[in-house]
Design a protein around this ligand. Structure first.
Ligand code: URA
Ligand code: SF4
Length: 216
């Protein structure tokens, strides 16, 4: 369907999500999504990447600067760190389906051509983009969802989600009408920002080991 600008109070990707088809159809349709204002300033939609048969789905926050330019999730510094941590935990990054709660890069920029600074998506944008994540879950049907940080947690489990309370544990919750198993952990970007990077990194790997065990 060709939708025009959504009214301010009705941000939603829903009208753009095809009712049939697999990941190829979803990715193609998502490229045209105008479900919220974030598409206006971003370069392109960054849809999830990976196989329909993936056993594990990793959910991040939103694409960053590099992801926005390349059109693929987790290809920047946070993604490099995540891949290393996954391997160390015994999860093959190439076998995971990787996506984000929000599919367009949100940023602030002091002036044109200045560095674009990541800005966290708000609840309305997360809610608007939810139908894409729901569609990815319905098609991939992962055995396990790894929740990377607070935004992904709130998008999937609601606004009361607190990563520190549940990280490294296996949760069983109904999400978009389906029973899902989830292992929350911190966002890899938070490891890069941490005062004690080594400890933060070890914490991430240890949570991911819980995920690896839950998959075996
Ligand atoms: N951070 C995210 O949450 N997702 C990406 O794809 C990259 C950085
Ligand atoms: Fe659509 Fe999500 Fe992009 Fe908003 S952020 S325009 S809902 S794909």
């Amino acid at each position: 369907m060709v939708a025009t600008k959504a009214p301010e109070d009705a941000y939603s990707a829903e009208p753009f999500v095809p009712s049939r088809g697999g990941l190829v159809a979803l990715r193609k349709a998502a490229a045209e999504c105008r479900g919220c204002p974030l598409h206006r300033d971003a370069t392109q939609t960054v849809f999830g990447a990976g196989d329909t048969d993936a056993r594990v789905m990793l959910v991040g926050e939103q694409p960053g600067d590099q992801e926005d330019r390349q059109g693929k999730p987790f290809v920047g510094p946070a993604g490099k760190l995540l891949d290393r941590a996954l391997e160390e935990a015994g999860i093959d990054p190439s076998e995971a389906y990787v996506t984000n709660a929000v599919k367009h890069f949100k940023f602030t920029q002091a002036e044109p051509r200045k560095r674009r600074i990541h800005k966290a998506p708000n609840l309305r944008e997360m809610t608007a983009c939810g139908p894409w994540l729901a569609a990815e879950l319905a098609v991939v049907e992962p055995e396990l969802i790894v929740v990377l940080g607070a935004t992904a947690g709130k998008a999937l489990l609601g606004s009361s989600f607190r990563v520190t309370q549940v990280r490294g544990t296996v949760l069983e919750e109904e999400i978009h009408g389906r029973p899902e198993r989830l292992v929350p952990t911190v966002h890899p970007s938070s490891v890069l920002r941490s005062d004690d990077r080594d400890a933060a990194y070890r914490g991430l790997v240890s949570d991911l080991r819980v995920a690896a065990d839950a998959l075996s």
